[in-house]
Design a protein around this ligand. Structure first.
Ligand SMILES: [Zn+2]
Length: 173
């Protein structure tokens, strides 16, 4: 699309120290979820469930690419990458990441996220809801393994009655 008004750049996140001298960088999870789930409602109503899921996956992917570039940076060792990611996600209160399976040669991984920012505590339904996280994790993996592409799928979620979100990440190329 030409003449884009809002192409993403990390600078759009602004200088919080300057902008919020009294309130600082912390807000309430309810507000984050209010924004995410109202976006989801409107996007789904306008474009359908499948498209809404796709938009969330792609947005998570963009977030993951930028997050890797701006917060993780160049790193060579997989264990070092995971350690740094775990630390960051905990520090930012996004969730508690664990690796259940890591087969680097086959490109096959299973991650869990406890206390996930998007869904922990949500009412139960029969749907895994963390499409944004799927895209986010795919982008992190693709950023680390620069020559590979991953398909990430949430297989358990707080919303499906599990008390953690579990994601499979499989290399596709
Ligand atoms: Zn979930």
């Amino acid at each position: 699309m030409d003449n884009r008004k809002y192409p993403f750049s990390w600078d759009l996140l602004g200088d919080i120290a300057v902008g919020r001298p009294n309130l600082g960088p912390i807000t309430r999870i309810e507000l984050y979820r209010l924004m995410q789930y109202t976006f989801r409602d409107v996007i789904e109503a306008k474009f359908g469930t499948e498209k809404a899921d796709e938009i969330f996956y792609e947005s998570g992917r963009l977030a993951g690419l930028e997050f890797f570039k701006n917060m993780i940076g160049k790193i060579n060792d997989f264990h070092e990458f995971i350690r740094k990611l775990q630390e960051l996600l905990r520090e930012l209160r996004l969730g508690i990441l664990r690796v259940e399976k890591a087969d680097i040669d086959q490109g096959s991984f299973v991650f869990t996220v406890d206390e996930d920012l998007d869904c922990s505590g949500l009412p139960e339904s029969d749907q895994e809801i963390c499409k944004y996280d799927e895209g986010f994790i795919a982008a992190l993996m693709e950023s680390f393994f620069a020559d590979r592409q991953f398909c990430v799928k949430e297989v358990d979620c707080w919303c499906t009655g599990d008390r953690t979100c579990r994601f499979t990440a499989e290399v596709v190329v």
